[in-house]
Design a protein around this ligand. Structure first.
Ligand code: A3P
Ligand code: MG
Ligand code: MG
Length: 383
């Protein structure tokens, strides 16, 4: 309120007026009815192997094996020195794996939506991105520490959204402590203790943890008027062959410090469950298996969280996050992006920028370091 060029929550701007220059992130603007979010449908999947090579199949999908005991004593430090191959996080893959998946599955995609709708958009979707980028959008109204940069390009009527590492994130990455580096391994080690390569085998805690390996689901859904296609990494699935079809059979694995005080419980609800909820709600992954560990990386208990029950779980917290605020903000951001990014050109990037306690703003870049759609993709899509 009181700001002239503000893109406010509420009825959208008529198409004739010029695009607004910024978007407010204030929570109270987004406290309204939960927007339509269609049940996400898995339209495909892909795998990345130990050398980060792309395969258009589910070869890296793993199977959850419930631990024998509720207090399993997994040592998450085991193997950090000697049985760990870490992905090189200086390499920025941008949307490349998703684009590869799109080219390999184009026929499946286009036959779906475009025939029915009169939309001029070639892929039949408005937005292509990573689930992780959408997670950041969902949590933005509650984020007080880390800002983000999102590069957006319109091509063939579809908006492609790809994250750019902020200066602050780069500094943090380059200055991680040895302790922090090791703790980042613990989450993957927990997956190794609890996941097997196929439904009839057992986990192999003696093997190598290689964080290049990934299984990714590709889902299609709709947030209000926005048709979304995004991909996200999936940790494992229910091993029961009679389990519901993807994404309902998928399970997200998490680790967290054991909760021993009311203050810790409250912080867990207010901060960690927000991130956990946003990440899994988006692709329709229904449950999280959490390993609670001590300061030495020993898992002392394992608990399951059902995504659909998390909003009930947090209702007693004062000043807590609300799913509807997350979804309405994301929806409004996508509308803002659509109104701003009108030039259909793979060489143009609108860079959307947000810092805590600020509005979302943007800058425009032509043939710059920010261009992210590779020639092999542009050529194939425009021929
Ligand atoms: P935890 O989530 O158990 O900490 P994911 O849970 O998304 O499948 O990611 C697997 C693991 O990767 C995480 O396990 C954590 O160890 C590491 N990880 C994921 N995102 C990270 C981030 N932004 N910073 C540091 N580590 C991260
Ligand atoms: Mg994962
Ligand atoms: Mg996980």
């Amino acid at each position: 309120p009181g700001h002239q060029n503000h893109h406010q929550a509420g009825p959208s701007t008529p198409p004739s007026s010029p695009p607004t220059q910024s978007l407010s992130v204030q929570r109270q603007l987004y406290e309204r009815d939960f927007p339509l979010y269609k049940q996400p449908v898995e339209v495909g999947n892909f795998s990345l192997d130990s050398e980060r090579r792309f395969f258009n199949d589910a070869r890296q999908l793993r199977y959850y094996m419930e631990p024998e005991k509720s207090c399993p004593n997994f040592d998450l430090r085991d193997g950090y020195r000697g049985r760990f191959v870490k992905r090189d996080d200086r390499v920025k893959e941008k949307l490349d794996h998703i684009l590869r998946w799109i080219l390999a599955n184009r026929s499946k995609l286009q036959s779906k939506d475009t025939a029915a709708s009169s939309s001029p958009c070639a892929l039949g979707v408005d937005i292509v991105t990573w689930r992780g980028h959408l997670t950041k959008l969902l949590t933005t109204p509650y984020e007080t520490r880390e800002g983000w940069l999102l590069a957006v390009t319109r091509m063939g009527g579809t908006l492609y959204i790809s994250e750019v590492e902020t200066e602050a994130a780069r500094r943090d990455r380059e200055n991680r402590t040895e302790r922090h580096e090791e703790m980042m391994y613990w989450g993957y080690k927990f997956e190794q203790y609890t996941c097997a390569d196929d439904a009839r085998s057992l986990p192999d805690p003696g093997g190598v943890v290689n964080t290049n390996e990934a299984f990714c689901t590709v889902v299609q859904t709709r947030l209000a008027e926005h048709r979304l296609l995004f991909s996200g990494e999936v940790d494992c699935r229910d091993k029961d062959p009679k389990a519901p079809s993807p994404p309902a059979c998928y399970i997200e694995m998490k680790t967290s410090l054991e909760i021993s005080t009311p203050k810790q419980r409250s912080n867990f609800h207010r901060f960690k469950l927000l991130k956990w909820w946003a990440q899994s709600f988006l692709p329709g992954v229904p449950r999280i298996v959490a390993g609670f560990r001590d300061h030495d990386g020993v898992v002392v208990s394992v608990e399951t969280y059902h995504i659909s029950k998390i909003s009930q779980l947090i209702k007693n917290e004062t000043n807590c996050w609300k799913p509807t605020v997350c979804m309405n903000f994301c929806c409004e951001f996508l509308s803002f992006v659509k109104s701003v990014v009108t030039e259909d050109n793979p060489r143009v990037v609108h860079l959307f920028s947000w810092d805590p306690h600020r509005d979302v703003t943007y800058s425009i870049h032509r043939d710059s370091q920010y261009s992210f759609l590779p020639d092999w993709y542009v050529r194939e899509m425009t021929s």
